[in-house]
Design a protein around this ligand. Structure first.
Ligand code: SF4
Length: 105
């Protein structure tokens, strides 16, 4: 019965598998997409403006994103939501609305 695994073998293989899973989950994880959709605390008027200008968290307009808009105010730390001089609430640099104005080159 040489096929039986010893307790030591099982523990060693479990440890190796655990290391592999831990490494794999870190190596395969990509940063979550930035979501700037929490409008908690905005007034009804601010929400109306946001809705009327059809703000979207991810632009579908080629070459037009909030990051390239004159009205965009970047966040103090990269990787978080910015703000806008027109649309209140969190603004995704990849977002877009009808008031887009390209930054001068
Ligand atoms: S005006 Fe519109 S496109 Fe420009 S930064 Fe504000 S939300 Fe984005």
């Amino acid at each position: 019965m040489g096929d039986k695994l010893s307790r030591r073998d099982v523990l060693q293989q479990s440890a190796a598998l655990g290391t592999f899973v831990a490494f794999g989950s870190v190596a395969c994880s990509k940063p979550a997409a930035l979501a700037c959709v929490d409008t908690t605390g905005l007034s009804a008027t601010d929400m109306q403006v946001r809705t009327a200008l059809v703000y979207v968290d991810k632009s579908t307009e080629v070459g037009k994103t909030c990051l390239g808009c004159l009205q965009y105010v970047p966040p103090p730390a990269a990787g978080s939501c910015g703000t806008c001089k027109i649309v209140k609430g969190p603004i995704n640099p990849a977002g877009y609305c009808k008031s887009f104005v390209a930054k001068p080159a």
